[in-house]
Design a protein. Structure first.
Ligand code: AMP
Length: 536
């Protein structure tokens, strides 16, 4: 039997971070990580990986250091650098001490944490102390994010990056992924699939540009479901134990007793369901997202909250049932199993369509019922854990803004000879000028391009290599799917999928929508989506 190698000194990790900080090249960072990871003992891999990304504990680990600024300051003041260090600090020791700090409990815990921190820092050299402190602050600033680390792990283990990423989606623990990859290889990673009662990153959707794109991507047929304006949840059940996790993987079981009761009433002893909870009013109409979040955040008085803000559950996926994992089954089959497991009152409204004429009235029905839009899901697609792609599209009603054309570019190809790419702007009341928020060449007929070209030429204020700046006199009604933050324009915003719906000859520059309204719409959109800081 080979002897167990000695624990790796923490100094080696500090040395690595200095080197990582010194290069901005991703490939060099990866190479440094590879050499380092390969030199570690098995039990050192998880803690080292977490310390390198500045996290101390795994993402799925709910422990926190609980070291406030005041404690830290006192600890730094109280730290006496040991002049005679008996043994160098090791990676495992540092992690053990961090764990003790996080686990300190009781009335005297602040002092205990400070003492522990003092003794940890006291054992460290200057360079080591820097790494420890950056971890305490939760920020390494050495350019090794999760993505780079996942690539480094893949290289070090000689497995493909995709399987490392997938395992990470399931395990939610970068360190554990690294350990398995390095010591059990691709086979080990594959065997760590879905685990009941442990959260899994949900599959995500891409914004659809238009309905033709949706049908084309999904091979002429797609399933459209109501896109509910609530909070996504995954419901795990194993025997009598039920756990519910939010989209961001926090455990929200205790705030949702009525959902737990529903889960316990279903005729299977093991499952993983996905769906959306929506807060409703007395008439059963969806309430704003903020009301739902109040329910989620409630820790006390849950019974009262249950009456005040009732919830409705809509399920749309089934990923595991009684020993059978459905992640790799097509959505068509998952839905069939879902229908067999749950009463229809909990199913999300859905239909299978082949024409966009069938989608439009369903979208209207969703909006009338107070929901956000539709999701379109490819029937043959497996469940891609944690990924955003075209297998799931979100379809939202287009929003409209009246905008001025402030410049126009010459087209190429079929639009050669026409001023056909238009710069779109809203009115900035504070300056009296215009703020550009996008460009589009979509929406006009050939005949309209023709007359528009003549008209804009007449409004030119300066000629450029690419076209003209023009007086902002032509107003167009523009449909778009989303307002995004963007560094491209001084306005700070850009429209996603902008296209001209109509030329508004009845409107002039004073009728153009304002920059203030745009900012307001952006804020509302943010609230509606629930991606704000309030989101769980
Ligand atoms: P978004 O947050 O705009 O990227 O849209 C994706 C979110 O829509 C998901 O994370 C769910 O919370 C929510 N959603 C609402 N209805 C559905 C549905 N029928 N299928 C999947 N997700 C849905």
């Amino acid at each position: 039997m080979s002897p167990i190698p000695d624990e790796t000194p923490f100094a080696r990790l500090a040395e690595l971070t200095t080197k990582l900080e010194a290069t901005s090249k991703r490939l060099e960072k990866r190479a440094l990580l590879v050499a380092f990871l390969k030199s570690l003992r098995r039990d050192e891999v998880p803690p080292a990986v977490h310390l390198i990304v500045g996290r101390i504990f795994a993402e799925s680990d709910s422990r926190a250091l609980n070291v406030g600024w005041a404690t830290l300051k006192k600890a730094l003041a109280g730290t006496k650098q040991a002049t005679l260090v008996p043994r160098p600090l090791t990676i495992l020791e540092a992690t053990r001490m961090f764990a003790q700090i996080a686990e300190a409990r009781g009335p005297d815990s602040t002092r205990a944490r400070r003492r522990l921190l003092e003794s940890l820092l006291g054992r460290a050299s200057e360079e080591e102390r820097d790494v420890l402190l950056r971890n305490v602050f939760g920020e390494m600033r050495i350019g090794v994010n999760e993505g780079v680390m996942l690539e480094g792990i893949a290289d070090a283990a000689g497995v493909d990056a995709e399987s490392v990423r997938t395992a990470h989606m399931f395990l939610g623990d970068l360190g554990m992924v690294a350990e398995i990859a390095l010591f059990e290889g691709a086979v080990g990673l594959r065997s760590r699939g879905l685990r009941l009662l442990a959260p899994m990153k949900p599959m995500l959707a891409e914004m659809a540009e238009d309905l033709d794109e949706v049908l084309a991507e999904h091979g002429g047929q797609t399933a459209v479901e109501f896109k509910l304006d609530g909070a996504r949840i995954q419901i795990h059940r194993k025997g009598d134990v039920v756990r519910i996790f939010s989209r961001r993987l926090s455990d929200v079981t205790d705030s949702l007793p009525e959902i737990v009761a529903i889960a316990k009433s279903l005729p299977a002893s093991e499952f993983l369901l996905e769906g959306e909870v929506v807060a409703i009013n007395a008439d059963g109409k969806p309430l704003p997202f903020q009301d739902l979040m109040r329910r989620f955040r409630r820790v006390h008085g849950i019974a009262a909250a249950q009456e005040e803000i009732p919830l409705k559950l809509y399920l749309f996926d089934l990923l595991h049932v009684d020993g059978q994992t459905l992640i790799d089954a097509p959505y068509r089959a998952r839905w069939e199993s879902l229908e067999r497991l749950v009463p229809s009152e909990y199913l999300t409204a859905r239909r299978i369509v082949t024409h966009k004429q069938e989608i439009e009235p369903f979208l209207q029905a969703a909006l009338v019922a107070g929901h956000e839009g539709l999701m379109a899901k490819a029937l043959d697609s497996t469940y891609s854990v944690g990924k955003r792609g075209k297998k799931w599209f979100k379809i939202k009603p287009a929003d409209l803004l009246d905008m001025a054309i402030v410049a126009a570019e010459w087209g190429s190809g079929r639009r050669e000879g026409w001023l056909s790419n238009y710069w779109l702007a809203v009115r900035d009341e504070s300056t009296g000028g215009f703020q550009m928020i996008g460009k589009t060449f979509k929406g006009l007929t050939d005949a309209e391009f023709e007359t528009m070209t003549e008209r804009l030429r007449g409004l030119a204020t300066s000629e450029e290599r690419w076209g003209f700046h023009v007086r902002p006199e032509v107003v167009v009604e523009v449909a778009y799917n989303e307002i995004q933050r963007s560094p491209h324009y001084p306005s700070g915003f850009a429209l996603r999928f902008a296209r001209i719906v109509r030329i508004r000859d009845d409107k002039g520059p004073d009728d153009v929508d304002t920059y203030a309204r745009l900012k307001d719409l952006y804020k509302k959109q943010f609230e509606r989506k629930g991606r704000g800081p309030a989101d769980l």
